[in-house]
Design a protein around this ligand. Sequence first.
Ligand code: DC
Length: 224
Amino acid sequence: MKINIAIDGPSAAGKSTIARKLAEKMHYVHLDTGAMYRCTGMKAKKTGIDLEDEKALCAMLQKTQILLTPEGKVFLDGEDVTSLIRTDEISLAASAVSKHPEVRKDLVARQQQMAKAGGFIMDGRDIGTVVLPDAQVKVFMTASAAARAKRRYDQNIASGIPSESLEEITKEIEQRDYQDTHRSASPLTQATGAVVIDTSDMTIQQVCDAIWALAQPFVIKEEE
Ligand code: DC
């Protein structure tokens, strides 16, 4: 059976980029759990649900379909929202809805169901601690706030997303870091057994190689 790989870390540390690249190399499926919180935040905003109203958010989720395709597309109730969920406004909304335990319970159950078959590289904030505590490989990926802001800014420009200034993005990243590490429900923490990788001064290839080195012994066993 294929293994599962858990990658956690703060926003814009490069988790999704690395997970996608590694999944391609390993013929695994990348599952970006942040996209699910982004969809939740986006639908709440669109339908006028208060981001603080946990009960209403859960009721909404019961009637919500979130589909993540192996090609990296995100569908919310059948609509392709892949790039729509990447705005700074939705980033903050996602962080706001993610602090509610019942919202997390719903999304975590969906993620665990998807990962049952193995062969997933899942990235998020609570993958190694809550979603897949038994994942064979756990990584805590981090980078300085300045390095992360610069990457997000460059990414926005490159993909044509209207971008705030570097200063504003740094502030927003620091605000999200604070929210994500200080909430009481599954705050972002390093899972037991997770290997810390600080990507501030590493290339994408170097980070991929580092995780691949951790996964390789398990993959060899898989093939035996
Ligand atoms: O990874 P991201 O930036 O797309 O995540 C968006 C928000 O969702 C982030 O602020 C925290 C939250 N999140 C979470 O609480 N748990 C996860 N497993 C993934 C994301």
